[in-house]
Design a protein around this ligand. Structure first.
Ligand code: KG4
Ligand code: ZN
Length: 334
């Protein structure tokens, strides 16, 4: 079973060929970081234009790297949503055309399910049931994966996504884009206890996340400090990262204990963060919970994860017609 995955939901144009839902034959990711860096965030119009320019060479490279001809494919899996509509449309339209021309099955994939399926591309895939913490630039949500392709939403962010908060704080500190990896690097020289930051607790008892309080407090303290010395910037980065990690770890482990779930999957761009991986790993081990984290290149946006989720959906009988459309706010579970 050969599935071509296509991903274009945000600012990465990606294509991958996956064999039998597990073996990555190729995994090509064209990043647009340098295009959006001057703006400190993704500019949707620039993103969709860039997808248009590179989608053909990216798919051709994925097929070439895998030594697979278009006719050899069994299906084309493509991110249908959630994401930026103009960006999604490029991948969806391209996938439809390819599937039509070669009579391949067309499989729409939820980007968040893709992030979860990155965990099945490792040597140590999780058994069901498990909790999946999906932390990326656009999303922060905790899902209960009860059985294959069956999800319940435990909690999600009420404001910014975790990655978005990293990007905004990096911009505030003049550190560049994308902020996550830069904050992580700068934080190594800082004191995580230097700033006192508020951790939100939902007054309605919900298990949601919130990062706006942390972000606003950082912003106020940075403005009050005036000049940004290198040491101060490192302290702010370290304190901010520690607060975000604490909130994510605390809510996730509490949910696992409450539901009696023994496995956690950590995925999405922010899962590349070493401090988060280490802290969640420590806390999980302490409570007899196994943590599964895909390698960094499978945590950030890629098409191998889309092909993996697409293969599972294909086996479950999912097929789309050419009327399939991008859905910018496609939910994974409610
Ligand atoms: O999953 P992803 O590649 O794209 C979306 O679906 O959004 O996630 C991108 C996000 C960005 O906000 C980026 O700053 C963040 O992931 N990120 C990190 C790290 N690497 C990427 N955040 C914290 N630490 C990192 N090492
Ligand atoms: Zn993503």
């Amino acid at each position: 079973m050969l599935v071509l995955g296509i991903e274009s939901s945000c600012d990465e144009t990606a294509a991958a060929v996956l064999a039998d839902g597990r073996r990555i034959l190729s995994n090509v990711v064209a990043s647009q970081d340098s295009i959006h860096a001057p703006y400190g965030g993704v500019v949707p119009e620039l993103a969709s234009r860039r997808h248009l320019e590179v989608i053909v060479p990216v798919v051709e490279k994925a097929l070439g790297d895998a030594a697979v001809r278009r006719d050899d494919l069994d299906a084309v899996a493509v991110t249908q949503g959630p994401g930026l509509v103009g960006s999604l449309l490029v991948g969806c339209s391209f996938a439809k055309a390819l599937a039509w021309a070669h009579r391949h099955a067309l499989v729409p994939v939820n980007h968040l399910e893709g992030h979860i399926f990155a965990a099945f591309l490792t040597e140590d895939p999780p058994e069901y049931p498990f909790l999946a913490l999906v932390v990326s630039g656009g999303h922060t949500a905790l899902y209960h994966a009860r059985a294959p392709l069956e999800y319940g939403l435990i909690g999600q962010t009420r404001d910014d996504a975790a990655g978005e908060a990293f990007d905004k704080v990096a911009k505030l500190l003049g550190l560049g884009f994308p902020g996550g990896p830069i904050i992580e690097r700068v934080a190594r020289d800082g004191d995580p206890g230097a700033l006192l930051l508020p951790l939100a607790n939902m007054t309605d008892g919900a298990q949601d996340f919130s990062f706006s309080g942390i972000k606003t407090s950082v912003s106020l303290q940075v403005k009050r400090a005036g000049t940004l010395t290198q040491a101060w910037v490192a302290d702010v980065a370290a304190s901010f990262q520690a607060a975000v990690v604490k909130m994510l770890v605390r809510k996730t482990v509490r949910a696992a204990l409450r539901l009696g779930i023994k496995r956690i999957v950590l995925t999405g761009g922010v899962a590349a963060n070493g401090a988060l991986r280490a802290a969640l790993g420590r806390e999980a081990t302490e409570h007899g919970i196994t943590l599964h984290v895909p390698p960094g290149r499978l945590c950030t946006d890629n098409a191998a994860m889309i092909a993996a989720a697409g293969t599972a959906r294909l086996h479950a009988g999912t097929r789309a017609s050419l009327a399939m459309n991008a859905i910018p706010d496609l939910p994974l579970a409610v």
